[in-house]
Write a new protein. Structure first.
Length: 744
DNA sequence: ACGGGCGTCTTTTTT
DNA sequence: AGACGCCCGT
């Protein structure tokens, strides 16, 4: 027997051994899906005399790809030798980089993320003299993305919607948006897939090359494919028909992104000779947890028949906690985490808090910090979404692709160099009327009569800066170029002068970005700026979050798919939050919410807590929502209420107020409010040097003017003051370093 | 005419 | 937390 079949159950063996022809593996949660995929690949190489370079495995996240790669290297005990194991999007980028000239782009094209798309869409709306109120950019973006997911071109959309004025206008926006993308030599995420398909359709020889090369294709999370991805896979597999798709219809949670559950439900219709293998033994959760999950998902219709079972017995009951408000909820959970660590010998890394929306993480963060529980947050405000990081990336993009108007506009006055809105407007007009890029318009600023001399000079300065950097691009390494860029823009110096906590953390982030670059240079063959930018664009925080060891994890239910934790908290289980209000109207959407709930429950291996809050402050308003219907769908005999430690916090949740009272019985470190005697030496302050700082002191700041200290934290050099300035609002300052002096 | 500041809104989920 | 529109001071 092949060693790659060892330790597998019969169903798993069958899936691994079925090599030729189409195969659908219906893999329930925790049924060893990744194991089957990797063993199957190893088995193919061993038994079919197939080179690794003839195999392609597609995933949805970089994390999944990375994990698969690592396990494969372990398994076959050697390098992957040209095997393609990556996400749909990165595979498309790889193909497009080679062939994209055929489609009228250059290989230095950039990838626009959601924010960039929104900016571009706003430009389109403006240009067509439409109102952002009636054509909301987010809605338009959704519309365009939907069209692309369904492979509908702007022209087709226009013809299709010809009769309806509004829909037609949306299609016109789509058309203009697409033209602008091309002018900017840019693609959005959807374009990566759509254009690869277009390439294959228009250039059959290119398609044939890839069809011939990849004799075996595997797709993970097949239930999440949309029409475009479905077609891409089918084009690639058309010649050899050795297509193996793995998925679970019960875990399809990306319908809003165009994922079509029918792709998995209809696989047997698409491939009449398809073999179907069901993996139904769960190796992850206790019986109680699994039974509860099965019970909840049974409320959905139109599922593939499936009965997940486990050899495990019993386990702990699912614990329900009904909190007064979101603070009570967070405090309860902090307490439970501390208990688990102290009594049950659980590690922090065994624990996850899962919520429906990113906005819910805030409260937990506050209490986790106060309790000194180490945590990491996946998603939310992503590292790559930070303003300073985006600014630097924008600079790099311009050096690679000066046609990228979105990036030029972003940083033409960052850091501030006196190029204001009016000047930018004039440059934009010029670029529009002459059909040239914004940067080109800036280069020709001399010819714009309406610009005054001062403005011209400033624009000239900006252009020169970029040109000098561009000229260095070829001779410098990525990290050297990065240094030059910071030096030339003085980005860090300007932040340093601010001397606020925010500014310091921005500098930290830029340093962190530097290490991303260095790491990239270390691990990648292709060290070009193109390769780096593509990498960064396709990277999500989920992929980066790994390295923080021994901390609990906070993330959305969506991000949690594919992961498992011994102890899971599902929080905010209230109607309107989960299921989310916008999904409560249609049957389909509600079922998707239920699948999301199923995903959440099945993340738990041993212990599962489910909490809801009677009152919750959200978007500035307190709302009182009943318990989520999903709680009521849990079988009573598998749950228990744990109200024992309930702390009454009243119904006016407000952060920080009588915090200590709420926290009785909870083990947390008091925040340090000691007043610190400041060392005598303070540079550039020849006047009165204060011996210490107190709350209520008035200070004068070089940039921000007069302010009052309202809060103090930390000590010694780290003494941090929150200072309310008359016109600038509250700033966090490092009192030891900030350019301030005490006033009376 | 120009630039800067303040108040408002965002957001459900992600490559 | 950030982006943007509107308003005000120079």
């Amino acid at each position: 027997m092949s060693r790659f079949l060892e330790g597998l159950n019969d169903r798993q063996k069958e899936a691994v051994r079925t090599i030729n022809g189409p195969l659908l593996v219906l893999a329930g949660a925790g049924s060893g899906k990744t194991r089957v995929l990797t063993h199957r690949i190893a088995y193919i190489i061993e038994n079919q005399n197939i080179r690794p370079a003839e195999i392609m495995a597609l995933t949805f996240t970089n994390k999944a790809a990375k994990e698969m790669k690592e396990r494969l290297i372990d398994l076959i005990d050697g390098p992957l030798d040209g095997m393609w194991v990556s996400t749909f999007h990165s595979i498309c980028v790889k193909i497009l980089r080679r062939e994209v000239e055929k489609l009228g782009y250059t290989s230095s094209f950039v990838i626009y993320d959601g924010q960039d798309q929104k900016t571009l869409i706003k430009q389109c709306i403006k240009e067509k003299n439409l109102d952002e109120k009636s054509y909301e950019p987010n809605v338009i973006r959704g519309f365009i993305s939907n069209q692309k997911d369904k492979l509908i071109t702007p022209k087709e959309a226009f013809d299709l919607n010809f009769k309806d004025y509004r829909e037609r206008t949306k299609s016109e926006l789509y058309m203009l948006y697409q033209k602008k993308l091309k002018d900017n030599n840019a693609m959005d995420f959807d374009d990566l897939i759509v254009n690869t398909i277009k390439l294959f359709k228009d250039y059959p020889l290119v398609l044939e090359y890839y069809q011939e090369r990849f004799k075996y294709i595997l797709v993970d999370e097949y239930q999440d494919t949309n029409k475009a991805q479905y077609l891409l896979v089918n084009l690639l597999a058309y010649k050899h028909h050795n297509l193996c798709v793995v998925g679970d219809d019960d875990q399809s949670i990306y319908g809003w992104r165009g994922a079509d559950i029918r792709n998995i439900l209809d696989f047997e219709k698409d491939y009449i000779d398809a073999k179907v293998v069901k993996l139904e033994q769960n190796y992850r959760s206790t019986k109680n947890i699994l039974d509860a999950a099965n019970k909840v998902i049974a409320n959905n219709t139109g599922r593939k028949e499936k009965a997940l079972w486990t050899a495990e017995e019993g386990g702990e009951l699912i614990k329900l906690y009904n909190a007064s408000n979101e603070h009570d909820e967070a405090i309860f959970i902090v307490k439970k985490i501390q208990d688990a660590i102290e009594e049950h010998y659980k590690e922090y890394s065994d624990i996850a808090i899962l919520y429906r929306t990113n906005a819910q993480s805030r409260v937990f963060e506050d209490y986790l910090i106060k309790s000194t529980i180490p945590y990491k947050i996946v998603g939310g405000l992503k590292f790559y979404d930070r303003k300073e990081v985006k600014d630097i990336i924008a600079y790099m993009r311009i050096l690679q692709n000066p046609n990228d108007n979105i990036s030029v506009k972003r940083i033409i006055n960052v850091p501030k160099r006196g190029i204001g809105k009016t000047t930018i407007d004039k440059l934009e007009q010029k670029s529009l009327s002459e059909d040239i890029s914004l940067f080109k318009a800036a280069m020709g600023n001399e010819n714009i009569d309406s610009l005054n001399n001062g403005a011209k000079k400033k624009v000239q300065g900006f252009v020169e800066k970029i040109r000098v950097l561009m000229s260095m691009k070829e001779s410098l390494s990525l990290s050297e170029l990065f240094e030059k860029l910071l030096e030339s823009t003085q980005y860090i110096e300007i932040l340093k002068d601010e001397n606020t906590i925010e500014a310091l953390s921005r500098i930290d982030n830029i340093e962190e970005f530097k290490s991303v670059i260095v790491e990239f240079e270390k691990t990648n063959e292709d060290k070009s700026i193109e390769a780096f930018l593509a990498d960064v664009s396709l990277m999500s925080d989920l992929d980066k979050a790994e390295d923080v060891e021994n901390s609990i994890t906070l993330m959305t239910l969506h991000s949690a798919k594919g992961l498992e934790f011994p102890m899971v908290f599902m929080v905010g289980m209230e109607e309107s939050i989960f299921p989310i209000s916008r999904a409560m109207n249609t049957y389909e959407e509600l079922e998707e919410e239920r699948r999301l709930c199923y995903v959440g429950i099945t993340r738990a291996k041993e212990e599962l807590y489910i909490t809801n809050a009677e009152a919750r402050m959200l978007y500035g308003r307190t709302s009182y929502n009943p318990k989520s219907r999903f709680i009521n769908e849990l079988p009573l005999n598998l749950t228990e209420n744990v109200q024992d430690r309930k702390i009454n916090v009243g119904n006016r949740p407000s952060k920080g107020v009588s915090f200590n009272d709420f926290f009785k019985g909870v083990n947390y470190k008091k925040s340090n409010e000691t007043i610190y005697k400041q060392p005598a030496k303070v540079e550039e302050m020849d006047e009165e040097i204060p011996a210490y700082w107190n709350i209520g002191d008035k200070v004068s700041h070089k940039l921000f003017g007069i302010g009052t200290i309202v809060q103090l934290k930390g000590e010694k050099e780290g003494l941090e003051g929150h200072v309310a300035f008359e016109s600038k609002g509250i700033k966090k300052l490092m009192l030891h370093f900030a350019p301030i002096k005490k006033v009376k």
